[in-house]
Design a binder for this molecule. Structure first.
Ligand code: SF4
Length: 382
């Protein structure tokens, strides 16, 4: 089985063009954080050029009715996953024998596919939080569609992803309501570049355009999801403040950044030493999981991403041929965008707060569990 879906890559560009031309459809799009750091390479920009505003402009030109940001859903992921980390950790420390640690991040569908096939005895340790792509689709087709008065069957949710595994993630049955997927289909960064070229949009020259709201507003924490260590850093920013009740003085957790295959850090939460691990590449992930299976676990929380470098090095991105300078440049672009954001912690996102006030109630509440969490399957016999 190809964990990243490259052997079953599907091209949805013609379906997208049909949907965009259909006056009876409302077609909206979400763009993953890593896309903005690499799309420019297809148009002659050097690696690490941020083209966020140009990308939004081009998507409007292609005919999308609303252009939103997956980074918004990354902030939402931190609200749910961060709460889950705190909940599990507290219960574990209070002696609840039903809790197993470490908790593993679950935003990467190739990684999810991998542990469902190879580690079915450990399905209780990954976080149940859906990936940002799927959280976005779920909220778009419930909260936002209801607000806008758009029937579910009329709304088409498209995602632009650095990823080939996201194409089959949309198709998983648990992410459908009455047979209609939350995210209808996913287009890769390279496919988007081809569409922009086919439409003769002068990408290098176009002006910047802002995302639409409410699902276009994000914090810096949402942006760094696109690089290895970013999900962990985003979670730490929120977990620290919620656990200690104190403001975080320095939001940059440099110790979790970088491109080493496995990284470790200890974070002091007012006397409690939280031990975290980060791995990218499925070979590294396998070693970590085998250690855990054999009872050698030194971590409370682990982030795993299937692709080298995380999503910046995803299979749907402009080809980088394993060049680590390209990966560093893309990662640094995301850290720059993070540093330039007015808000850098997911729980400070005003639209996320509003979403909980108006609709979800609270993280890990009944509605959140239904719309934003999932479960896993033993696929070892597939
Ligand atoms: Fe997709 Fe790779 Fe990112 Fe995983 S790490 S979500 S496979 S691009």
């Amino acid at each position: 089985i190809c964990p990243v879906g490259a052997l079953t890559e599907r091209d949805y560009t013609n379906r997208l063009l049909d949907d965009l031309a259909n006056p009876n459809k409302v077609v909206i799009v979400q763009t993953a954080p890593a896309v903005r750091a690499a799309l420019g390479e297809e148009f002659g920009f050097p690696p690490g050029t941020l083209v966020t505003g140009k990308m939004v402009y081009a998507l409007r030109e292609l005919g999308f009715d609303y252009v939103f940001d997956t980074d918004f859903a990354a902030d939402l992921t931190i609200m749910e996953e961060g709460s889950e980390i705190l909940n599990r950790l507290t219960r574990y420390l209070n002696g609840d024998k039903s809790i197993r640690l470490p908790i593993l991040t679950s935003c990467c569908p190739a990684w999810v596919n991998f542990f469902e096939h190879h580690f079915p005895d450990m399905l209780d340790i990954p976080s149940t939080a859906r990936s940002p792509q799927q959280m976005f689709g779920s909220i778009a087709k419930s909260y936002w569609a209801e607000k806008m008065g758009i029937p579910r069957e009329k709304l088409v949710v498209v995602s632009i992803m650095p990823c080939l595994a996201k194409k089959y993630e949309c198709d998983r049955d648990e992410f459908k309501v009455n047979g209609i997927p939350d995210v209808d289909y996913s287009i890769s960064t390279r496919e988007l570049a081809r569409l922009i070229k086919r439409a003769n949009i002068g990408f290098p020259l176009v002006l910047d355009s802002p995302f639409d709201n409410p699902m276009g507003e994000s914090t810096g924490a949402g942006v760094i999801f696109g690089t290895t260590g970013g999900v962990m850093e985003a979670a730490l920013r929120s977990v620290y403040e919620i656990y200690t009740g104190e403001p975080l003085q320095n939001v940059n957790f440099e110790q979790v950044r970088g491109l080493n295959g496995v990284r470790r850090a200890t974070i002091n939460l007012n006397g409690f030493e939280l031990k975290v691990g980060i791995a990218h590449g499925l070979g590294n992930a396998r070693h970590l999981l085998e250690d855990i299976r054999n009872g050698h676990n030194e971590y409370h929380v682990i982030e795993i991403m299937a692709c080298p470098g995380g999503c910046i090095g995803g299979g749907g991105q402009p080809l980088h041929h394993g060049n680590s300078e390209v990966l560093y440049a893309r990662a640094n672009a995301l850290y720059r965008e993070d540093a330039n954001k007015a808000l850098r912690k997911s729980h400070d996102n005003p639209y996320i707060k509003k979403l909980y006030e108006e609709y979800l109630g609270k993280p890990l509440g009944e509605i959140s569990e239904t719309l934003l969490h999932t479960h896993y399957f033993n696929k070892s016999m597939d």
